[in-house]
Design a protein around this ligand. Structure first.
Ligand code: HSE
Length: 298
């Protein structure tokens, strides 16, 4: 009946802590058919099977949204395919939330606007950086003040990306426990200046400066580095290969490099040889975000 596709995302981008995010070219896909009973099937083994559909995270999100509208979710068969590894810093839960919201939107014909989808996603996820990128695509800057999330998508950024996915999981909750609870005013001012300059450099196409600012983060990178084996080695080796900047993807443990357009595959292949226990892949920014394709009845 319809297909929902949502990209993975990488939050923070160094100093844009809890604010910046990019959508990347790995996807969660739901193929949805109306049926007499609810059923979720997984075509990939990246996500475990769930015995009871009511315990499926995407069903729970869709049901929550349907309930907010006093709507009934009609039973459906959802075939789910995911290229997004769990608990690695690539926004798997954000993509699932955006997919669940769109599932309710389509099945209950809610006609949700982009802003409503983002508000619901932020309400469920708690922070806006991953969900905004997954929903809107590209490089998105958000701020959550109180319950309200405000956002702006940057014009297209002309870079390749390389991600280094290690073979272990790191829970965001654990990666947040190592962060300071307060900053001195002068340190906070410098840290936000670094972030402002990164965005300004990206907008003016000065990727060298943007990369330098990415690696000058003061909010979280240095505290989390100890949770991420090979953190300094990955940064310095990627830089030798010409990467503009390498940062923790979200709360980790994946890391991500911004590299010159056309260089991604070369950098990924060379880095893969140095990091045999990682999955190192060249990706692109996904500029589209959530897309839904309605299939014609035959
Ligand atoms: N901004 C979040 C963090 C992203 O760094 O903790 C991970 O969910």
């Amino acid at each position: 009946m319809f297909t929902i596709t949502v990209p993975a995302s990488s939050a923070n981008i160094g100093p844009g802590f809890d604010s910046a995010g990019v959508a990347v070219s790995r996807y969660l896909t739901l193929d949805v058919e109306r049926a007499t009973n609810w059923k979720f099937t997984h075509t990939t083994d990246t996500i475990p099977e769930v015995a009871n559909y009511e315990d499926h995270y995407i069903y729970k999100v869709a049901k929550t949204v349907a309930d907010w509208h006093d709507a009934l979710l009609p039973p459906s068969h959802v075939k789910m395919t995911s290229e997004i590894p769990l608990a690695r810093g690539l926004g798997s839960s954000a993509s699932a939330i955006v997919a669940g919201i769109e599932l309710a939107n389509q099945l209950c014909q809610l006609q949700l606007s982009e802003k409503e989808k983002l508000d619901y996603a932020v309400r469920i996820e708690g922070h806006p950086d991953n969900v905004a990128a997954a929903l809107l695509g590209g490089f998105v800057v958000t701020v959550k003040m109180g319950e309200e999330a405000t956002y702006k998508k940057l014009p297209a950024i002309d870079t390749d990306l390389v991600v280094y996915i290690p073979n272990f999981e790191l829970k965001t909750e654990d990666a947040r426990k190592v962060l300071p609870t307060e900053f001195e005013m002068k340190d906070a001012a410098t840290a936000s200046g670094v972030s402002n300059l990164m965005i300004s450099a990206l907008l003016t196409g000065d990727y060298e400066l943007a990369g330098k600012m990415m690696e000058s983060d003061l909010f979280h990178e240095s505290y989390r580095a100890k949770l991420i084996p090979n953190y300094y080695e990955i940064r310095s080796e990627a830089r030798k290969l010409g990467a503009y900047g390498t940062v923790i993807s979200g709360a980790g443990p994946t890391m991500i490099s911004f590299v010159a357009n056309g260089q991604g595959v070369h950098v990924a292949q060379t880095m893969q040889e140095k990091l045999p226990n990682y999955e190192v892949v060249a990706l692109k920014l996904d500029e589209v975000g959530l897309r839904t394709k309605i299939h014609e009845h035959k």
